[in-house]
Design a protein around this ligand. Structure first.
Ligand code: ADP
Ligand code: ZN
Length: 531
């Protein structure tokens, strides 16, 4: 590629050497930069850590004028600008954290053509005053970072992004580059369409992160499992532990701290000062663990995050990929570890059913969850499945660096077990007109006379005690897999189990139900039963 005379290409490379001190471009960087320097629009899909920043920083410096970078990550702008200035790049930013005088200085620098790059929050571009300012200076390129924020179906939707299509209308001669690490086909199309970039060239990098080892373990005692994982594999390492609720963030951070691991909480319920302090400790200290809700992490550039752990199931594969992608940006071996169990499935199904969203929203949320469950339950290579989800075929059938490759899960014929679960659900409903959750079903199968079993006379059911051949954990695994396979469903606010249309095929013995054997628990996760 490159400009007609190849001049832009060599200047880009010279800038890479001189300013950033790097030897060569990575992957698609050179092609993207050549295209944008030559004045073309680009949509760039590159995984976290892939090197998106250079794709707009170098064109911003090589082309005459100032590169305008639109980013939603206000909290990071100061750091980004400081980092660029340290390299001798003339950078500035404009956002709501500045006072009037600070902003005046940046405006003056921009108008005088003294800036290579200026970072703006998207809401700035809704102000006529900002647009007016921009039209009085010279702009080399518009970069729209985190471009998936324009997607209304995505998890990071920002209404201000919708207004960015006007950049192309108002500055038709200025190239635009939209960048994101979210890569499904649908998001990709939405970005192109909503930002009004029909003529953009598309650059799609491989989404494989070979240095990340993917592991998903059955959830038994998640905090203890996490502790064992950290102590055995990542002592003293920096990492992020994601939890669904603020409450569990707090409890997990406390638990880890009590057990000698430097850990702090991060969630939207903490005041801004505490959040900022914890974030900056994470960036600056070695080996701090941040327990967080997904409010944490977007745009965080810490290369040596050695692990990302999930104690709760992410809502989508996109979310999982983005969150785990924060590990190992330096390319060194890192772990994406998740504990996943029956309650995750029930809880998320319940959340979808009771959500405020309309029918279309619920259908999408359910589809996202299905894909996530399929990743959790697969007996094949996790990386292969992950890449396939993003429309990329992996070269090898098995990556050799995920749990299912390292210890291939055994499957067993779960047809009879499935029938036992389903007929218990049927009996309750037909004979008693009752619906119950997983705990009660499992207690009945195990023949346990719990208070609730006695209360409802469930020890009188013919199915009482028909499941003594499996343990409680195994039964919960069976129920979880039936839910994941759509052979059982969750209903209502109490998470009661009900049959699906497909359940009949199992009850009528029309099909077999292969199930995955639960991986043996790690020796350190104390199991009460023992061996
Ligand atoms: P992204 O925004 O895609 O997550 P970054 O732009 O932050 O990724 O880049 C990730 C890391 O890779 C940064 O530390 C960056 O300096 C480094 N990097 C990017 N391009 C190159 C390159 N061509 N050679 C060496 N290091 C690079
Ligand atoms: Zn694999």
């Amino acid at each position: 590629g490159g400009g007609p005379d190849g001049f832009s290409g060599s200047e880009a490379l010279a800038t890479l050497h001189r300013v950033f001190g790097y030897e060569s471009f990575r992957g698609e960087q050179e092609a993207v930069i050549d295209h944008v320097v030559a004045g073309g629009d680009a949509v760039v899909l590159m995984p976290t850590g892939g090197g998106k920043s250079l794709c707009y920083q170098i064109p911003a410096m090589v082309r005459p004028g100032t590169g305008v970078v639109v980013s939603p990550l206000i909290a990071l702008m100061q750091d980004q600008v400081d980092a660029l200035r340290a390299l001798g790049v003339r950078a500035g930013f404009m956002n709501s954290t500045q006072d009037f005088d600070e902003r005046r200085v940046v405006e003056a620098e921009f108008l005088a053509g003294e800036l290579d790059v200026i970072y703006l929050a998207p809401e700035r571009l809704r102000l006529e005053s900002t647009l007016d300012l921009l039209s009085r200076g010279k702009i080399s390129v518009f970069a729209i970072d985190e471009a998936h924020c324009v997607s209304q179906w995505g998890h990071d939707f920002r209404p201000d992004y919708l207004a960015l299509s006007l950049l192309g209308e108002r500055w038709p001669d200025v190239p635009r580059i939209a960048l994101t690490a979210t890569a499904t086909h649908a998001t990709h199309q939405e970005i192109t369409q909503r930002l009004g970039m029909p003529d953009a060239r598309h650059f799609v990098a491989s989404f494989d992160r070979p240095n990340i080892q993917y592991r998903i373990v059955p959830k038994a005692d998640p905090k203890k499992q996490l502790l064992a994982f950290l102590q055995q594999e990542h002592p003293g390492d920096a990492g992020i532990v994601y939890c669904l609720s603020r409450n569990s963030v707090e409890r997990t951070a406390e638990f880890l701290a009590r057990n000698g691991i430097a850990a702090v909480p991060y969630h939207a319920g903490l005041d801004a000062g505490t959040r900022a302090a914890h974030q900056s400790r994470f960036l600056r200290e070695d080996g701090l663990v941040v327990c967080a809700t997904i409010a944490f992490g977007m745009g965080i550039d810490k290369p040596d995050v050695r692990f990302v752990a999930h104690l709760d199931l992410p809502k989508s594969v996109e979310g999982y990929y983005q969150e785990t992608g924060r590990a190992g940006r330096d390319g060194l071996p890192s772990t994406a570890w998740m504990a996943y169990g029956l309650n995750d499935v029930i809880q998320q199904r319940k959340m979808i059913q009771s959500s405020e969203g309309d029918e279309a929203f619920r259908r999408r949320a359910a589809a996202h969850l299905e894909a996530m469950l399929a990743l959790c339950e697969t007996a094949g290579c996790r990386r292969g499945q992950l890449l396939a989800y993003f429309g990329q075929d992996s070269a090898a059938p098995a990556c050799g660096n995920c749990d299912t490759c390292l210890t291939p899960p055994e499957t067993w014929d779960g047809t009879v077990a499935a029938q036992k679960v389903l007929s218990t659900v049927v009996r309750l409903q037909r004979e008693r007109g009752q619906k119950f959750g997983a705990v009660q079903i499992v207690d009945i199968l195990l023949g346990r006379r719990s208070a609730k079993v006695i209360q409802f006379d469930h020890d009188q059911l013919s199915v009482f005690g028909i499941g003594e051949d499996l343990t409680e954990g195994e039964w919960r695994g069976v129920v979880r897999q039936l839910l994941a396979q759509g052979l059982l469903a969750v209903e209502g606010d109490y998470g009661t189990l009900v049959l699906t249309e497909a359940s009949g095929t199992v009850l009528r013995r029309e099909r077999e139900v292969p199930l995955r054997k639960e991986q043996a628990r790690p020796a350190t996760a104390r199991s009460s039963g023992g061996r």
